[in-house]
Design a protein around this ligand. Sequence first.
Ligand code: CP
Ligand code: NVA
Length: 316
Amino acid sequence: MKHLRSLFDLTPDDFHAITNLAISLKSRLLSGDRPDLLRNRTLALIFEKASLRTRVSFEAGMAQLGGTAIYLTGDAGWRERESIADFVRVLSEYCDFVVCRAMSQKTVNELAAHDVLPVINGLTDESHPCQALGDILTMLENSGGDLRGKQLTFLGDGNNVVRSLIKATHMVGMRFRLACPKPYQVHASYLEQIDRRFGKTDFVQSEDIQTMVDGADYLYTDVWTSMGQETENEIRKQAFLKYQLNQSVMKLAPRHCKVLHCLPARRGQEVTDDVLDSDQSIVFQQAGNRLHAQKGLLVWLAMQNGYIDTNRVKAG
Ligand code: CP
Ligand code: NVA
């Protein structure tokens, strides 16, 4: 069974197939066509952390594809009334997919280990693969459909979003630069794991902002304190102070450079209003693309897991 526990579950060909589906479904939606490729299919959503974009885009995406999404609230008793093993086996009796946003990557892995329905990672402490799919779609749209040789520079924490972006950018032939204080940089062991799986990435991390921003086509930032790290908030605010994405940093980058943020943003902290609201910012297009990328992912998983055949997707 195919899952999306992280981008380690995808080959570059899989990744391209999903983005191509996303592009096609987006253009069909814009021309008023909403093919019901997932008619009568159901998606369960389990969220251990807050969400606007991920939750609503999955729910809206399922509706547009003719299926139903079921958001599980506290009374389902997730992790309280029964084991994860029993929970997921029961879910698979009713549902065709499950999205899980979990405190720990281990939870998503454990759900998938039972192999009873496709499991999609909706963000964990370690990764955010759905975000990276939407981000690549956004950059493809802004780079004429080809990202080879383009550079993404991220300012801030080497967090879940960054870890997924390292793999995603590699799959589309981009350079990735991370400007980040040493203690928050991505661990060498994680980078080695990526290199072993996908071949050597063009990824460099440094404390030096100027060098990392040099040659950037896209500048990206995210909160300094991710969900689950709230006790470290004050110490992180100090550590990342000089990594704010503001006009001084924008001046170091080429004028054509576009600004990304996965949102939600702490305006005035990791990014200033004038940057987030500037004509270089594409953050709302980026947020919108979560919908299209995830529809591509759902249809791809449906094909991979034998729910629908490829001809049906082509025919609509
Ligand atoms: N970017 C993102 O995943 O947003 P949510 O936390 O609102 O889902
Ligand atoms: N790094 C952030 C991303 C939120 C979408 C977090 O994990 O809170």
